[in-house]
Write a protein that binds this ligand. Structure first.
Ligand code: ATP
Ligand code: LTN
Length: 334
Protein backbone atom coordinates (compact mmCIF):
# COMPACT_ATOMS: atom_id res chain seq x y z
CA UNK A 1 0.00 0.00 0.00
CA UNK A 2 1.22 3.50 -0.79
CA UNK A 3 2.56 5.38 2.22
CA UNK A 4 0.31 8.27 3.23
CA UNK A 5 1.69 11.80 3.32
CA UNK A 6 2.21 13.49 6.67
CA UNK A 7 0.13 16.51 7.74
CA UNK A 8 1.27 18.56 10.74
CA UNK A 9 -0.43 21.46 12.44
CA UNK A 10 -0.65 23.14 15.83
CA UNK A 11 -2.76 25.61 17.75
CA UNK A 12 -1.83 27.79 20.72
CA UNK A 13 -3.75 27.42 23.99
CA UNK A 14 -3.77 31.21 24.22
CA UNK A 15 -7.52 31.56 24.71
CA UNK A 16 -10.71 29.68 23.97
CA UNK A 17 -10.79 28.74 20.31
CA UNK A 18 -12.89 30.99 18.11
CA UNK A 19 -15.05 30.31 15.08
CA UNK A 20 -12.06 31.74 13.15
CA UNK A 21 -9.86 28.90 14.38
CA UNK A 22 -12.65 26.46 13.68
CA UNK A 23 -13.59 27.44 10.13
CA UNK A 24 -10.04 28.46 9.20
CA UNK A 25 -8.22 25.46 10.63
CA UNK A 26 -9.81 22.86 12.91
CA UNK A 27 -12.67 21.86 10.63
CA UNK A 28 -10.13 21.10 7.90
CA UNK A 29 -7.96 19.10 10.28
CA UNK A 30 -10.82 16.71 10.98
CA UNK A 31 -11.32 16.03 7.27
CA UNK A 32 -7.59 15.56 6.62
CA UNK A 33 -7.58 12.49 8.85
CA UNK A 34 -9.14 10.52 5.97
CA UNK A 35 -6.22 11.07 3.60
CA UNK A 36 -3.10 11.85 5.64
CA UNK A 37 -1.15 10.63 8.64
CA UNK A 38 -1.90 13.55 10.92
CA UNK A 39 -0.15 15.12 13.89
CA UNK A 40 -1.85 17.88 15.88
CA UNK A 41 -0.06 19.76 18.60
CA UNK A 42 -1.13 22.10 21.41
CA UNK A 43 1.58 24.73 21.07
CA UNK A 44 1.93 25.87 24.68
CA UNK A 45 5.56 26.96 24.16
CA UNK A 46 4.34 29.32 21.45
CA UNK A 47 1.68 30.66 23.79
CA UNK A 48 4.30 31.94 26.25
CA UNK A 49 5.87 34.22 23.63
CA UNK A 50 3.41 36.77 25.03
CA UNK A 51 2.66 37.05 28.79
CA UNK A 52 0.35 34.35 30.20
CA UNK A 53 -1.03 33.66 33.67
CA UNK A 54 0.37 30.24 34.70
CA UNK A 55 -2.83 28.80 36.20
CA UNK A 56 -4.83 29.86 33.17
CA UNK A 57 -2.35 28.46 30.68
CA UNK A 58 -2.38 25.14 32.52
CA UNK A 59 -6.18 25.00 32.48
CA UNK A 60 -6.42 26.07 28.84
CA UNK A 61 -3.95 23.39 27.77
CA UNK A 62 -6.39 20.73 28.96
CA UNK A 63 -9.37 22.60 27.58
CA UNK A 64 -7.69 22.96 24.19
CA UNK A 65 -6.91 19.26 24.06
CA UNK A 66 -10.55 18.42 24.92
CA UNK A 67 -11.78 20.90 22.33
CA UNK A 68 -9.66 19.30 19.60
CA UNK A 69 -11.21 15.93 20.40
CA UNK A 70 -14.68 17.51 20.48
CA UNK A 71 -14.25 18.84 16.92
CA UNK A 72 -13.81 15.25 15.75
CA UNK A 73 -10.06 14.70 15.88
CA UNK A 74 -9.52 11.08 16.85
CA UNK A 75 -6.47 10.56 19.10
CA UNK A 76 -6.38 6.85 18.26
CA UNK A 77 -5.98 7.68 14.59
CA UNK A 78 -3.98 10.93 14.68
CA UNK A 79 -1.15 11.92 16.99
CA UNK A 80 -2.46 14.62 19.33
CA UNK A 81 0.02 15.91 21.89
CA UNK A 82 1.24 18.86 23.94
CA UNK A 83 4.37 20.56 22.57
CA UNK A 84 6.21 20.98 25.89
CA UNK A 85 6.01 17.21 26.49
CA UNK A 86 8.48 16.71 23.64
CA UNK A 87 11.74 18.51 24.54
CA UNK A 88 13.11 17.90 21.04
CA UNK A 89 11.07 20.93 19.89
CA UNK A 90 13.07 23.32 22.04
CA UNK A 91 16.36 21.73 21.15
CA UNK A 92 15.82 21.70 17.39
CA UNK A 93 14.65 25.31 17.71
CA UNK A 94 18.09 26.16 19.12
CA UNK A 95 19.93 24.29 16.38
CA UNK A 96 17.84 26.10 13.75
CA UNK A 97 18.38 29.45 15.50
CA UNK A 98 22.01 29.00 14.61
CA UNK A 99 21.20 28.73 10.91
CA UNK A 100 18.44 31.38 10.64
CA UNK A 101 19.10 35.03 9.81
CA UNK A 102 17.89 38.07 11.77
CA UNK A 103 16.75 39.59 8.47
CA UNK A 104 14.50 36.63 7.75
CA UNK A 105 12.71 36.95 11.09
CA UNK A 106 12.46 40.75 10.87
CA UNK A 107 10.32 40.39 7.76
CA UNK A 108 7.58 38.36 9.46
CA UNK A 109 4.32 40.31 9.45
CA UNK A 110 2.89 38.46 12.46
CA UNK A 111 5.90 39.61 14.49
CA UNK A 112 5.38 43.18 13.34
CA UNK A 113 1.69 43.06 14.36
CA UNK A 114 2.14 41.25 17.66
CA UNK A 115 5.21 43.18 18.81
CA UNK A 116 3.38 46.46 18.25
CA UNK A 117 0.73 45.32 20.71
CA UNK A 118 3.37 44.42 23.34
CA UNK A 119 4.65 47.94 23.95
CA UNK A 120 8.28 48.27 25.07
CA UNK A 121 9.14 44.86 26.50
CA UNK A 122 8.97 42.53 23.55
CA UNK A 123 10.20 39.02 24.34
CA UNK A 124 13.02 37.44 22.31
CA UNK A 125 10.69 34.42 22.10
CA UNK A 126 8.16 36.41 20.09
CA UNK A 127 10.84 37.25 17.54
CA UNK A 128 11.97 33.62 17.49
CA UNK A 129 8.41 32.22 17.25
CA UNK A 130 8.74 31.17 13.56
CA UNK A 131 11.91 29.16 14.27
CA UNK A 132 10.16 27.13 16.98
CA UNK A 133 7.33 26.63 14.50
CA UNK A 134 9.83 25.42 11.89
CA UNK A 135 11.24 22.97 14.45
CA UNK A 136 7.72 21.64 15.14
CA UNK A 137 7.10 20.92 11.49
CA UNK A 138 10.55 19.59 10.52
CA UNK A 139 10.86 17.16 13.44
CA UNK A 140 8.04 15.08 11.97
CA UNK A 141 9.15 15.33 8.30
CA UNK A 142 5.75 16.78 7.47
CA UNK A 143 4.72 17.12 3.83
CA UNK A 144 1.83 19.50 4.32
CA UNK A 145 0.96 22.07 6.96
CA UNK A 146 -2.75 22.92 7.09
CA UNK A 147 -3.02 26.49 8.39
CA UNK A 148 -4.97 29.68 7.79
CA UNK A 149 -3.65 32.30 5.33
CA UNK A 150 -2.04 34.25 8.18
CA UNK A 151 0.54 31.46 8.70
CA UNK A 152 1.66 31.12 5.08
CA UNK A 153 4.73 33.30 5.56
CA UNK A 154 5.86 31.18 8.53
CA UNK A 155 5.56 27.95 6.57
CA UNK A 156 7.50 29.46 3.68
CA UNK A 157 10.25 30.52 6.09
CA UNK A 158 10.28 26.98 7.49
CA UNK A 159 10.86 25.71 3.97
CA UNK A 160 13.73 28.15 3.44
CA UNK A 161 15.36 27.15 6.73
CA UNK A 162 15.03 23.46 5.88
CA UNK A 163 16.37 23.89 2.38
CA UNK A 164 19.41 25.82 3.55
CA UNK A 165 20.13 23.27 6.27
CA UNK A 166 19.86 20.41 3.77
CA UNK A 167 22.15 22.17 1.28
CA UNK A 168 24.74 23.07 3.91
CA UNK A 169 24.83 19.95 6.08
CA UNK A 170 23.26 17.20 3.96
CA UNK A 171 19.71 16.03 3.45
CA UNK A 172 17.96 16.04 6.83
CA UNK A 173 14.48 17.55 6.54
CA UNK A 174 11.47 17.09 4.26
CA UNK A 175 10.41 20.40 2.68
CA UNK A 176 6.85 21.15 3.78
CA UNK A 177 4.13 23.01 1.95
CA UNK A 178 1.36 25.18 3.38
CA UNK A 179 -2.06 23.68 2.75
CA UNK A 180 -5.22 25.72 2.68
CA UNK A 181 -7.42 23.08 0.98
CA UNK A 182 -11.10 22.58 1.68
CA UNK A 183 -12.72 25.63 3.32
CA UNK A 184 -9.61 27.48 4.57
CA UNK A 185 -11.48 30.73 5.19
CA UNK A 186 -10.24 33.79 6.99
CA UNK A 187 -12.79 35.04 9.49
CA UNK A 188 -12.43 38.64 10.59
CA UNK A 189 -13.14 40.41 13.87
CA UNK A 190 -16.77 41.36 14.54
CA UNK A 191 -15.65 44.73 15.88
CA UNK A 192 -12.86 45.61 13.42
CA UNK A 193 -13.88 43.63 10.34
CA UNK A 194 -10.70 44.46 8.43
CA UNK A 195 -8.65 42.56 11.03
CA UNK A 196 -8.45 38.81 11.67
CA UNK A 197 -10.64 37.39 14.44
CA UNK A 198 -8.24 36.41 17.21
CA UNK A 199 -8.78 34.49 20.45
CA UNK A 200 -6.35 36.71 22.34
CA UNK A 201 -8.11 39.95 21.39
CA UNK A 202 -8.82 42.11 24.48
CA UNK A 203 -12.33 42.87 23.28
CA UNK A 204 -14.51 39.78 23.87
CA UNK A 205 -17.13 41.16 21.48
CA UNK A 206 -14.67 40.92 18.61
CA UNK A 207 -14.74 37.12 18.56
CA UNK A 208 -17.16 34.24 18.99
CA UNK A 209 -15.71 31.48 21.09
CA UNK A 210 -16.62 27.87 20.35
CA UNK A 211 -17.93 27.65 23.91
CA UNK A 212 -20.10 30.79 23.97
CA UNK A 213 -23.75 30.02 24.74
CA UNK A 214 -26.55 30.82 22.33
CA UNK A 215 -27.53 34.15 23.94
CA UNK A 216 -23.94 35.38 23.97
CA UNK A 217 -23.42 34.37 20.36
CA UNK A 218 -26.57 36.18 19.23
CA UNK A 219 -25.66 39.26 21.28
CA UNK A 220 -22.18 39.39 19.76
CA UNK A 221 -23.56 39.16 16.22
CA UNK A 222 -26.16 41.85 16.97
CA UNK A 223 -23.31 44.15 18.02
CA UNK A 224 -21.16 43.34 14.99
CA UNK A 225 -19.85 46.47 13.29
CA UNK A 226 -21.37 47.05 9.83
CA UNK A 227 -21.91 49.96 7.42
CA UNK A 228 -25.20 51.80 7.23
CA UNK A 229 -26.27 51.10 3.68
CA UNK A 230 -28.58 48.27 4.76
CA UNK A 231 -28.03 46.00 1.73
CA UNK A 232 -26.69 42.49 2.15
CA UNK A 233 -24.08 42.35 -0.57
CA UNK A 234 -20.63 40.77 -0.56
CA UNK A 235 -17.97 43.46 -1.09
CA UNK A 236 -14.87 42.88 1.04
CA UNK A 237 -13.41 46.28 0.30
CA UNK A 238 -16.36 48.60 0.78
CA UNK A 239 -18.53 46.49 3.10
CA UNK A 240 -16.06 44.48 5.24
CA UNK A 241 -18.50 43.94 8.15
CA UNK A 242 -21.39 42.55 6.08
CA UNK A 243 -18.99 40.55 3.89
CA UNK A 244 -17.49 38.95 6.98
CA UNK A 245 -20.95 37.96 8.22
CA UNK A 246 -21.78 36.52 4.78
CA UNK A 247 -18.54 34.57 4.93
CA UNK A 248 -19.37 33.17 8.38
CA UNK A 249 -22.91 32.26 7.28
CA UNK A 250 -21.44 30.53 4.25
CA UNK A 251 -19.10 28.43 6.45
CA UNK A 252 -22.04 27.26 8.54
CA UNK A 253 -24.55 26.62 5.75
CA UNK A 254 -22.20 25.69 2.85
CA UNK A 255 -24.12 28.19 0.68
CA UNK A 256 -22.15 30.46 -1.65
CA UNK A 257 -22.22 34.26 -1.57
CA UNK A 258 -24.72 34.60 -4.44
CA UNK A 259 -27.18 32.25 -2.76
CA UNK A 260 -26.85 34.18 0.50
CA UNK A 261 -27.36 37.57 -1.18
CA UNK A 262 -30.56 36.20 -2.77
CA UNK A 263 -31.77 34.66 0.48
CA UNK A 264 -31.50 37.99 2.27
CA UNK A 265 -32.60 40.34 -0.49
CA UNK A 266 -34.67 43.13 1.06
CA UNK A 267 -33.94 41.90 4.61
CA UNK A 268 -32.56 44.45 7.13
CA UNK A 269 -29.22 44.13 8.94
CA UNK A 270 -30.88 43.37 12.29
CA UNK A 271 -32.67 40.29 10.96
CA UNK A 272 -29.63 39.16 9.00
CA UNK A 273 -27.40 39.37 12.08
CA UNK A 274 -29.96 37.37 14.06
CA UNK A 275 -30.06 34.69 11.35
CA UNK A 276 -26.26 34.41 11.30
CA UNK A 277 -26.10 34.28 15.12
CA UNK A 278 -28.73 31.55 15.33
CA UNK A 279 -27.15 29.43 12.62
CA UNK A 280 -23.72 29.64 14.31
CA UNK A 281 -25.19 28.78 17.74
CA UNK A 282 -27.05 25.76 16.33
CA UNK A 283 -23.96 24.63 14.44
CA UNK A 284 -21.87 24.61 17.65
CA UNK A 285 -24.39 22.84 19.85
CA UNK A 286 -23.18 19.24 19.38
CA UNK A 287 -19.54 20.23 19.62
CA UNK A 288 -20.20 21.92 22.97
CA UNK A 289 -21.89 18.80 24.36
CA UNK A 290 -18.97 16.59 23.29
CA UNK A 291 -16.49 19.09 24.75
CA UNK A 292 -18.12 18.92 28.18
CA UNK A 293 -18.00 15.13 28.11
CA UNK A 294 -14.30 15.03 27.23
CA UNK A 295 -13.36 17.67 29.77
CA UNK A 296 -15.17 15.79 32.52
CA UNK A 297 -13.10 12.66 31.79
CA UNK A 298 -9.71 13.83 33.02
CA UNK A 299 -8.23 10.34 33.19
CA UNK A 300 -9.03 9.74 29.51
CA UNK A 301 -7.42 13.08 28.59
CA UNK A 302 -4.33 12.25 30.68
CA UNK A 303 -4.06 8.84 29.06
CA UNK A 304 -4.33 10.24 25.53
CA UNK A 305 -1.90 13.08 26.25
CA UNK A 306 0.66 10.62 27.62
CA UNK A 307 0.25 8.22 24.73
CA UNK A 308 0.52 11.10 22.22
CA UNK A 309 3.64 12.49 23.88
CA UNK A 310 5.40 9.12 23.94
CA UNK A 311 4.84 8.42 20.27
CA UNK A 312 5.70 12.00 19.29
CA UNK A 313 8.92 11.82 21.31
CA UNK A 314 10.20 8.76 19.55
CA UNK A 315 9.47 10.16 16.07
CA UNK A 316 10.91 13.58 16.92
CA UNK A 317 14.04 12.16 18.48
CA UNK A 318 15.02 10.39 15.26
CA UNK A 319 15.09 13.68 13.34
CA UNK A 320 16.73 15.59 16.17
CA UNK A 321 19.50 13.04 16.41
CA UNK A 322 20.12 13.26 12.66
CA UNK A 323 20.29 17.08 12.81
CA UNK A 324 22.71 16.95 15.76
CA UNK A 325 25.02 14.55 13.92
CA UNK A 326 24.96 16.67 10.76
CA UNK A 327 26.05 19.69 12.81
CA UNK A 328 28.81 17.82 14.64
CA UNK A 329 27.07 17.74 18.03
CA UNK A 330 28.34 14.61 19.79
CA UNK A 331 25.95 12.05 21.28
CA UNK A 332 27.54 10.02 24.06
CA UNK A 333 25.98 6.56 24.34
CA UNK A 334 24.26 6.17 27.73
P1 ATP B 1 -3.58 34.31 18.87
O1 ATP B 1 -4.64 35.35 18.68
O2 ATP B 1 -3.43 33.87 20.28
O3 ATP B 1 -2.31 34.64 18.20
P2 ATP B 1 -5.03 32.82 16.92
O4 ATP B 1 -6.47 32.94 17.28
O5 ATP B 1 -4.55 33.61 15.76
O6 ATP B 1 -4.12 33.04 18.17
P3 ATP B 1 -3.53 30.41 16.52
O7 ATP B 1 -3.41 29.47 17.63
O8 ATP B 1 -2.37 31.30 16.27
O9 ATP B 1 -4.82 31.29 16.67
O10 ATP B 1 -3.88 29.68 15.16
C1 ATP B 1 -4.46 28.42 15.02
C2 ATP B 1 -4.94 28.20 13.61
O11 ATP B 1 -6.15 28.95 13.39
C3 ATP B 1 -3.98 28.67 12.52
O12 ATP B 1 -3.96 27.71 11.49
C4 ATP B 1 -4.55 29.95 12.03
O13 ATP B 1 -4.22 30.19 10.68
C5 ATP B 1 -6.03 29.71 12.20
N1 ATP B 1 -6.75 30.95 12.43
C6 ATP B 1 -6.62 31.76 13.50
N2 ATP B 1 -7.46 32.79 13.42
C7 ATP B 1 -8.14 32.65 12.25
C8 ATP B 1 -9.16 33.40 11.59
N3 ATP B 1 -9.64 34.50 12.11
N4 ATP B 1 -9.65 32.95 10.42
C9 ATP B 1 -9.16 31.80 9.88
N5 ATP B 1 -8.21 31.05 10.44
C10 ATP B 1 -7.69 31.45 11.61
N1 LTN C 1 1.77 29.74 14.72
C1 LTN C 1 0.77 28.78 14.47
C2 LTN C 1 0.66 27.73 15.52
C3 LTN C 1 1.73 26.76 15.26
C4 LTN C 1 1.83 25.91 14.11
C5 LTN C 1 3.02 25.16 14.33
C6 LTN C 1 1.06 25.72 12.97
C7 LTN C 1 2.77 26.49 16.06
N2 LTN C 1 3.55 25.53 15.51
C8 LTN C 1 3.44 24.21 13.38
C9 LTN C 1 1.49 24.78 12.04
C10 LTN C 1 2.66 24.05 12.24
C11 LTN C 1 -0.54 29.38 14.23
O1 LTN C 1 -1.28 28.71 13.63
N3 LTN C 1 -0.82 30.54 14.66
Amino acid sequence: MEKRKIAYSAIQPSGTFTIGNYFGALKNWVKLQDDFDCLFCIANLHAITVPQVAAELRKRTYESYALLLATGINPEESLVYVQSEVPAHSELCWLLNCTTYMGELSRMTQYKDKSQRQGKNIRVGLFDYPVLMAADILLYQANIVPVGEDQKQHVELCRDIAERFNNTYGNTFTLPEPYFGLAGKKINSLQTPTKKMSKSDDNVNSYVSLLDNKDTIIRKFKRAVTDSDNRIIYDRENKPGISNLIEIYSCVTDKDNDQIEKEFEGVGYGDFKLAVGESVANHLEDLQIRYKEFLADKSYLDKMMKQGAETAQSVAYRTLSKARRRLGIIEIKK
